[in-house]
Write a protein that binds this ligand. Sequence first.
Ligand SMILES: NC(=O)c1ccc[n+]([C@@H]2O[C@H](COP(=O)([O-])OP(=O)(O)OC[C@H]3O[C@@H](n4cnc5c(N)ncnc54)[C@H](O)[C@@H]3O)[C@@H](O)[C@H]2O)c1
Length: 257
Amino acid sequence: MEEKLPSSTVGHRGRIAVVTGAARGLGRAIAQGLAGAGATVVGVDLLDLQETGQLVNKNGAGWLPIQTDISSETQVDVIANQVLSRFGRCDILINCAGVVDGKTWDELDFAAWRRVLSINLDSQFLMCKAIVPLMKLNSYGRIVNITSSTVKAVMPTQIAYRVSKMGLIGLTRGLASLGDVGITANAVTPSLTKTELTVGVGIPEERYAVFTQAQSIKRIATPEDLVPTVLFLSSAESYWVTGQAFSADGGASFGLP
Ligand SMILES: NC(=O)c1ccc[n+]([C@@H]2O[C@H](COP(=O)([O-])OP(=O)(O)OC[C@H]3O[C@@H](n4cnc5c(N)ncnc54)[C@H](O)[C@@H]3O)[C@@H](O)[C@H]2O)c1
């Protein structure tokens, strides 16, 4: 089928982009990056989105904040309906919201397992189910799922977390079957980046040093480091790339023990 290119081929101008987890951390940096490239951003988060809104507005980009819980099927339908009634379609979905569990096998109970799987995998399924029809309206869509380099690591903790992120790579491969209707899906796997998430679960300072040493580029990752990769995968130009999982990690995937 003929690939639909944007009316302007400059950056993401004119695109409608939904970013989950946009209130802080990687999601906020991605929202800002998309706005800088000209997209109108729909920021979704459980938390207040005012600060992200200010950053997006600095770029003069369109902005719609939706403070809600993406693990609720009803709420996800509300998000899709708001996007549809305001913009008539959706071009880009960045599934970035997520939580991490620091539990070992002995500590992990079914409730904790279900919570992580619900927020990190069920929600992404629900978001795709609700947003893909809005992409089909224009036979165009770019889905980027944020996973984690921990899927490759052997670790005593984050068991449910790594299962959810592995599952998200599986979901990405399933979504790639939408290629024939103009929709691509790819995953990006960042490595340890200091955010409120990693500080919140008490990742010790030594751990950042281990990653810095393991990386080819020897400094601590920032949320902004992920943005260029996400911008490419969410652009029209990435039309021939789908079903892939990319490490954007300063080379950590080569150096980690
Ligand atoms: N920081 C890292 O080292 C790192 C590394 C690899 C992957 N990741 C992944 O990147 C993503 C962002 O991580 P971060 O470090 O920016 O975390 P963060 O905690 O700073 O941001 C995550 C955001 O998701 C939101 N969120 C959580 N549950 C939600 C729900 N049910 N509904 C709506 N919003 C919800 C939170 O409120 C928060 O604003 C996550 O998926 C994480 O697994 C992070």
